[in-house]
Every structure is written in C-alpha cells, then in structure tokens.
Design a binder for this molecule. Structure first.
Ligand code: PMP
Length: 360
C-alpha cells in the first residue's frame, strides 16, 4: 500500500493493521463485570501487596535490567539453568521480541487462527508475512501448520491452550509436529493459560525443551498468578535462543515493583494455585449451567469458555454489554467469556440463559 496520508510519513503497513483495542467501549461504561480479559478474579494476597509496597522504596532507581533474582527463581521452579530463562514485560513483549528476532526480509510466520489476536499484528509490525492456518474443530491443527512451512518460514506459533477456544494439545501430536519442523525454524508454544489445564492428555512444551533446541515456551504471571496489572512474563528455551532474544528484549522494561511482585507470587504459589483450582471448579459450574441452558460449549482448559454462536455472536455480545457484563465478541464466530468471580459468573449465566432463545 502507498502511504498517501498528509503529515508525517509513517509506515504504510500501519494503515492496514487493526488497532488492538480490546477494551474499547467496555471501560467507558463502569461498572462492568469484567469477563473479557481472562484475568484472575481474586484480590491480590496481602503478602503480594506488602512486596509491592516495599519495592516502592526504590522507584527512583532503574530496575535490574536482567531481572536476575526473578530469572533464578523461575529457573529453580522448573529445575533448569538460568541461562534458559528470559523475563519480559508480559509474555506479549517476549512474543514481540521473538518476531523481531526472526524478521529477515521475506520471513514468514505460520500461526493458528482463530487464536490470540496479536499474532498477526506483531508479525506485520515486525515486517513479517503472517500465514494464518485455520483451526480444526477449534484445535490448533498441527498437521496443517507443519504443511504450511516453506523455506521462508522462520517461526511457527502454537497456542496451548488455544485462546479463545480453550483446546489443548497432547504429547504424541506435539512430538510428531516437532519432528516435522526443520531445526532452523523456531517453534514457540504460547502457554499463557497452561496452569488451568486439567486434561491429563494435555502436554506442556516444557517437557520437550531438552529434545528440541529450536523450541521456546512462553508463560505469564498475568493469569494464574494474578499480576496482569504489573506486566511480567517469561520464556524458556535453549541457551542460544534465549541469549539472542535477550539482546532484542527492551532493557529495563520490567519494573522493580513487577519483579518483586513476581518473586512474591512464586513464594505464594501454593495459595495462588488454590485460586486456580477455584477457577477450574467455576469453569465446570459455568459450563454445566450453559449446557443445561441449551448452549453449545466445548470443553475449555483455559480460564474462559468459548460459545461458538456464529452470526448470533454480535447480538449476544451486545446483550451482555447492555447488562454491564464485558465479554469478548468475535463477530460471526463466537463469544469468549472469562471465568470470573462467582458473582460475576452468576450475572453472566442469568443473562445468557434468559437470552438464549433471542440469539440462538
Ligand atoms: N498469549 C495469549 C494466548 C494470551 O491470551 C495473552 C493475553 N490475553 C497473552 C499471550 C499475553 O499476556 P501477557 O502479555 O499479559 O503475559
């Protein structure tokens, strides 16, 4: 595309990129019941607040650019060396660093679709062609993803569990897939929601890191660990990739407050994982109620449920919004609802079951 707009000349690709504005029209109408961003509904634990307050004493100083203490704590958590861990300002900033790291002229990234909205956006911003590969029955289609790899492919993204459909991948299929990907092509498994997985057939990419030096797994403190507001994520991979990605990641982007909060979250992990158990129980309760109300609700292993409402999605999303409930609408595809507090979930279930006949 030609850049013909008046004023400063910015990259033409910006004209074609949809802005990622997930809260547009939502936070304008407070008080919304926040079931649109897959956050933890639990209040921060007192020990966490104390760590955040203590870290406040140092905000006149730059943070540790290496997040060294946090990096070591994450490494210990997984029983791996710290040179295999990289901390960033949310896993999204690490995904951005990864895309920049593979962005040679002509490079392509293969990724599932429908999946996390930012995959194609970050690719285009890095100057890489994004190659979306449709899901099969709501799942990342690993065969189709591997089929789309060409000499130009520098990265294959996999989302496990997939956002927004909640489906997971198992060990045999992941192994078979990784065996098909050339060793020169990076594979990133985005496990932002893995702590919510209860399906025993599901497999984390972390178990496969030793056998696959081209594999990187991203995780986050934003969901299960309840730190969405502080922006901390991390990736695990082979020392070589991690070392190269460390050069791309923006220095000083993880604040001291965020680093100390993530360390506290690891210390408080047992309690936080009990919160995750509660969310998993709520997920089952919500799904049962929706199934009983006549909705089609596929099993989800994330902290959200997917309602494949097709053309009724926008109308259903609007009904939720007018009832003060924020959900994520994917026009003509479906609606994703986060598993929130029992109260917010009940409010959603009331609206959903009341309105089902209107929209379905
Ligand atoms: N990956 C997936 C699949 C997500 O859904 C999200 C957030 N919604 C992220 C990554 C980014 O999370 P964060 O930057 O907060 O770690």
């Amino acid at each position: 595309p030609r850049n013909t707009a008046p004023g400063p000349r910015l990259r033409a690709v910006l004209d074609s990129i949809p802005g990622y504005r997930p809260t547009e029209g939502i936070y304008a109408a407070v008080p919304a019941r926040p079931l649109s961003a897959n956050e933890s509904p639990h209040d921060p634990l007192p020990g966490l607040i104390a760590a955040i307050a203590a870290a406040g004493d140092a905000v006149n100083r730059y943070p540790d650019p290496e997040s060294a203490e946090l990096t070591r704590a994450i490494a210990r958590r997984y029983g791996i060396d710290p040179d295999r861990v990289l901390v960033g300002a949310g896993s999204v900033s690490l995904l951005q660093a990864i895309l920049q790291a593979v962005a040679e002229p002509g490079a392509e990234v293969v990724h599932p679709w429908r999946s996390f909205e930012l995959y194609p956006v970050l690719a285009e911003l890095a100057g890489i062609r994004s190659v979306p590969v449709p899901l099969t029955r709501g799942r990342n289609d690993l065969h189709a993803l591997a089929d789309r790899i060409t000499d130009a492919t520098r990265l294959v993204l996999v989302c496990n569990p997939n956002n927004p459909t909640g489906t997971v991948l198992g060990l045999p299929e992941l192994k078979e897939f990784l065996a098909r990907v050339p060793a020169t092509c990076l594979v990133v498994i985005d496990e932002a929601y893995f702590e919510y997985v209860r399906d025993e057939a599901a497999c984390s990419g972390i178990a496969l890191l030793d056998a696959h030096p081209n594999l990187v797994v991203t995780r986050t403190f934003s969901k299960a660990y309840g730190l969405a507001g502080l922006r901390v994520g991390y990736l695990l991979g082979a020392p070589h990739s991690v070392g190269q990605l460390r050069k791309v990641r923006l220095a000083y982007s993880v604040s001291t407050v965020a680093q100390q909060a993530a360390l506290a979250a690891l210390r408080l992990e047992d309690e936080l994982l009990r919160h995750v158990d509660a969310t998993v129980a709520e997920r089952a309760r919500m799904r049962d109620a929706l199934l009983a109300g006549g909705f089609d609700v596929p099993d989800s292993q994330g902290n959200f449920l997917w309602l494949p409402l097709g053309d009724a999605s926008a109308a259903f999303g609007d009904l939720c919004t007018s009832a003060g409930i924020a959900v994520r609408t994917y026009a003509h595809e479906g609606v994703r609802v986060s598993v929130g507090s029992a109260q917010d979930n009940d409010a959603f279930l009331t609206v959903a079951t009341r309105e089902r006949s209107t929209v379905c």
